[in-house]
Design a protein around this ligand. Sequence first.
Ligand code: PMP
Length: 386
Amino acid sequence: MSLFEELEQELDCLKSKNNLRRLPATHHRGREVEADGNVMLNLSSNDYLGLATDADLRAGFLQTFTPDSFLPSASSSRLLTGNFDIYTRLEERLAELFGRESALVFSSGYHMNAGILPAVSNVRTLILADKLVHASLIDGIRLSSAKCIRYRHNNYEQLEQLLSAHHAEYEKVIVVTESIFSMDGDEADLNRLVRLKRQYDRVLLYVDEAHAVGVRGEHGLGCAEEQGCIGEIDFLCGTFGKALASVGGYVVCSRTVHDYLVNKMRTLIFTTALPPVNLMWTYFIIERLAQFRDRRQHLQRLSFQLKEGLLAAGYECPSTSHIIPLTIGESGATVWKAEELQRKGFYALPVRPPTVPEGTSRIRFSLTAALTEDEISKLITTIGKR
Ligand code: PMP
């Protein structure tokens, strides 16, 4: 059998299990998505605050720069000539907002997670990671030479047992979690993790706030702000590509961690820096983050409404956030239900293995503040009883 036949067989196998993925032929039109002439409400974007499609914001941004400052490419790595002044300004502003010594910006959240862990760990490091952390974190762990043990999702009793059993064998231990989890929409108890970390020396905390930054906290800085523990998290990470309507990732950290990453982090060193125009937009949004409180509150109301609606319809719903799974179980039935919702005007997508465990296929709603309560009511009615 040729190599390509082997690949084709694998694709056929995915197809037979309803797990074959295709790049969707959709056009994003603000709150809506269009596919084959069907205009649907977009319930699958990460534009949690509705900023990406806000025409006033864009117009305001366009007024802030001249054609000369419109630079669509950095044309080299940050360590060569790509480290434009706007990087420094953005990082200093982030450090100031979070009240921390330093911040460092990366090309994406994926670069961030795939790069930090391999840079800061070695064979004498133990990584203890939540079972449900994102694929980018798994890739970071795989690229590192650390030993890794996954603890059951949000199960801090097990984490404590692992810490007490293995802590002494390693030079350092890094506990890795998300704050809002991307598939179940539930949350980590960051203060509990901080207390656990304090019981030991040489334990560091790595928190990915990809789905929480912008959405949570009085100033939109994420769950760590909401839970009052920003200063306790050694690697406080997030992405600009979701609620902040831009692109890039960041970590807020100590000056030492910052300097070390600049020297060791391969996904920072060996890639073209972000286009200055994107960094300028990110800066523009970051400056306004605290002002989006009404949008954060509206998003919370919508999330609560949908969750209550699903519970009342007989579904289980672990979510405590704006990411709300409708778990169906079997992949075929999930795809069928998603297609039905799409026919009825709601663009929601199925999430299947390997992204989620076998038997837990789901439709994943990720809500945005651009939706209305009426639209959520219609969605609940359309989903119907279990
Ligand atoms: N972390 C988490 C938890 C994510 O869900 C994602 C993207 N879905 C990323 C990181 C990657 O971020 P980015 O899209 O900026 O690469």
